[in-house]
Design a protein around this ligand. Structure first.
Ligand SMILES: [Zn+2]
Ligand SMILES: [Zn+2]
Ligand SMILES: [Zn+2]
Length: 137
């Protein structure tokens, strides 16, 4: 049945997601934005706009990184790490992890640990050395 020729006007569009050329019927020309369902899904899989913690620039990233992405760039990340004012230390007395300013190199989590370790610094050290000695053998 080669019947009536319908004027099937197809509108050329470019996929907003993958930039592939595709055609849509005229009535969809304003709705169609993506070439495929897949692209639509990808696109709606959220580009999240986040403000860089360091420089305040807005940047986009995908939502799967939402918890990690805080910086617009690697350099901002490093600046952010430095400027944060706290890095993790391990107490040399009780081995507890604690946060402290990077400018003050802290060895102990608390004053109590400082005092304790000052008292026992001699024995503590020699014990450590003894341990090492045994380990190496
Ligand atoms: Zn596409
Ligand atoms: Zn930044
Ligand atoms: Zn401690």
């Amino acid at each position: 049945m080669s019947g009536i020729k319908r004027s099937r006007v197809k509108i050329e569009k470019y996929c907003r997601q993958c930039n592939t050329q595709f055609f849509v019927p005229n009535y969809r020309k304003n709705i169609a934005v993506y070439c495929s369902r897949n692209c639509q899904a990808l696109a709606s899989r959220e580009k999240i706009i986040t403000t860089c913690v360091t420089c305040g620039n807005e940047f986009t990233h995908i939502s799967s990184r939402a918890n990690k992405a805080k910086y617009c760039s690697r350099s901002c990340y490093h600046k952010g790490q430095k400027g944060k004012g706290s890095i993790e230390y391990t107490c040399q007395h009780c081995d507890k992890k604690f946060l402290g300013s990077p400018s003050h190199k802290r060895k102990f989590c608390s004053r109590a640990c400082v005092n304790k370790s000052n008292k026992s610094v001699g024995t503590h050290l020699s014990l450590q050395l003894e341990k090492l000695w045994h380990l190496e053998r």
